[in-house]
Design a protein around this ligand. Structure first.
Ligand code: DP6
Length: 400
C-alpha cells in the first residue's frame, strides 16, 4: 500500500520592518507591510512530517513530542483545511490523481531550538507545516501562494516561505488574496549578512504578539502615524538598500524601525514593555560601537532589532561579528564557550574586549546568565523538502 507522507523544514525569520497590527484578526491581515531576513536553517529550523491515511480517525498534531489539540476554526485547523482544498482542486482537474484530500492527516513537528529560548517558533512552525503539506499533496510550488495560507497560521509565518530578504505586502482586498510574501532578493544576492542572536534571560510572562498588537491597534495614536506615514517609505528605502547591498542604510532603517515598534508598544494603553535593562544595555553597546566607526570616518557596522521579547538580534556583515561577540561577552559573561559555527575565532577563545576608542561607561557589566546564550547565524534559504529518512512519524503513523 502506498504511504502518502512528506517531510519539510522551514526557517525562522526576523523582521527589519516590523509587522504590528491587524486590520482583520481572523484572516490575519496586517495594518502595514513588513520585511524580514530569513535565517539559516542549518542553525534554527522547524521540521514537520505530514501523512494522509484513510485509516486515521481524525487530523492530529504533535509539537515537540506532545500532542496538541487542533481546535475547530482555529489557526491550525484553517491551514490544514486550506491545504486540503488546494489538493482537492488538483484532484478535480486530474482524475488520475489519488484522492488523498479527503483522508485525515497526522502532523508531527519539532524545532531544533528550545522553545524556552524565547525565539519566535510560530513563524518557522507554520511555514514548515504548509511546506510539508504542499510536498505531501504535490502542489505546484508557488511560495507566494503558499504564504497566503501560512499567513493564516501566524502573520510572520508567511515570510518564512522564502529564503533571503522577504517582504510581506499588506494588500488591500478584504478577502486577503493580495496579502502575501514576495522575495526582495535571494540569500545569494547578499550572503554576507550575518546575525548574532543574544538570548536574554526573561523570568516574567510577557504579552503575546497576538494580544499585544490588538491592544496597540485599539489604543495607540502613534500606530496610525506609523502605518500611514512611516512604513511605506521605509519599505521602499530598505528594499533599495538590500538591492544595492548598502549596509549603512539597511542598518539605520532596521534600528529605527525596531525603536518605533517598541515606541508604539509603549504608546499602547496600558503600555507594553518588551525590552528590559539587558536589551537596553545591548542597544547602548551597539550605538557606541557604531559611533566609534563613524568617528573614524567609517559607516554603521551593526544593527540591533528586537521583537516581542527581550532578545536582541544583531545584524552585521560577517567581518564584524568577531568584534561584536567580543563586545557582548565583555559586558555579558557567558557560562558556556561561544559556539563558533563559522570559525571567526580561528580556534582561539573569546576574551571579551572593546574596540579602540570605545567609551566603556555606556553600559554597566552584567553577571553570568543575563545573556544566556549567543547564536551566530546568517541569511538562509527557504523551506526544504527532506527525504524519507528524516521522517518524524513511524510506520504506524505515530511520532517516532
Ligand atoms: C514583533 O506573527 O507572532 O515579531 O500574526 O498574531 O501570530 P500573529 O503574530 P506574530 O507577530 C510577530 C510580531 C513581531 C514582528 C514581525 O515579526 O514582523
Amino acid at each position: 500500500m502506498t504511504v502518502y507522507q512528506a517531510t519539510a523544514s522551514a526557517p525562522v525569520n526576523i523582521a527589519c520592518i516590523k509587522y504590528w497590527g491587524k486590520r482583520d484578526t481572523k484572516l490575519i491581515l496586517p495594518t502595514n507591510s513588513s520585511l524580514s531576513v530569513t535565517l539559516d536553517q542549518d542553525h534554527l529550523r522547524s521540521t514537520t512530517t505530514s501523512r494522509a491515511d484513510p485509516s486515521f480517525q481524525k487530523d492530529r498534531l504533535w509539537l515537540n513530542g506532545d500532542e496538541e489539540e487542533i481546535k475547530d476554526g482555529g489557526r491550525m485547523a484553517t491551514c490544514i483545511k486550506e491545504m486540503k482544498a488546494l489538493r482537492r482542486q488538483l484532484e478535480d482537474k486530474d482524475p488520475s490523481l489519488p484522492k488523498i484530500s479527503g483522508y485525515p492527516v497526522h502532523i508531527c513537528s519539532r524545532n531544533n531550538f528550545p522553545t524556552a529560548a524565547g525565539l519566535a517558533s510560530s513563524a518557522s512552525g507554520f511555514a514548515a507545516l504548509v511546506a510539508s503539506l504542499a510536498a505531501l499533496y504535490q502542489l505546484p510550488t508557488d511560495a507566494s501562494r503558499l504564504s497566503l495560507i501560512a499567513r493564516q497560521g501566524s502573520g510572520s509565518a508567511c515570510r518564512s516561505l522564502f529564503g533571503g530578504f522577504v517582504a510581506w505586502q499588506m494588500g488591500e482586498r478584504p478577502d486577503g488574496s493580495d496579502s502575501y510574501a514576495v522575495q526582495v532578493a535571494p540569500r545569494e544576492h547578499w550572503p554576507d549578512i550575518h546575525a548574532l542572536i543574544c538570548v536574554v534571560s526573561d523570568d516574567k510572562k510577557g504579552t503575546s504578539s497576538t494580544s499585544g498588537m490588538q491592544r496597540t491597534v485599539e489604543t495607540s495614536t502613534l500606530l496610525q502615524h506609523r502605518i500611514k506615514h512611516v512604513v511605506p517609505e521605509r519599505m521602499r528605502a530598505i528594499s533599495e538598500a538590500i538591492l544595492a547591498r548598502d549596509f549603512d542604510a539597511f542598518a539605520r532603517i532596521t534600528m529605527q524601525d525596531s525603536n518605533q515598534f517598541h515606541a508604539v508598544a509603549l504608546d499602547t494603553d496600558p503600555p507594553i514593555f518588551y525590552m528590559n535593562d539587558v536589551s537596553r544595555a545591548i542597544i547602548a553597546l551597539i550605538v557606541e560601537y557604531n559611533r566609534v566607526a563613524i568617528a573614524n570616518g567609517g559607516k554603521l557596522r551593526a544593527a540591533y532589532t528586537y521583537d516581542a521579547g527581550p532578545n536582541a538580534v544583531i545584524y552585521a556583515p560577517k567581518e564584524n561579528i568577531k568584534e561584536i561577540v567580543e563586545l557582548i561577552v565583555k559586558y555579558f559573561p557567558q557560562a558556556d564557550a561561544f559556539k563558533d559555527p563559522f570559525g571567526v575565532f580561528d580556534g582561539k577563545g573569546v576574551t571579551g574586549k572593546v574596540v579602540e576608542g570605545f567609551n566603556e561607561a555606556v553600559a554597566k557589566p552584567f553577571g553570568v546568565g543575563a545573556v544566556k546564550n549567543l547564536i551566530h547565524t546568517r541569511v538562509g534559504d527557504g523551506p526544504r523538502t527532506l527525504g524519507a529518512e528524516e521522517s518524524l512519524l513511524g510506520e504506524n503513523g505515530l511520532p517516532k
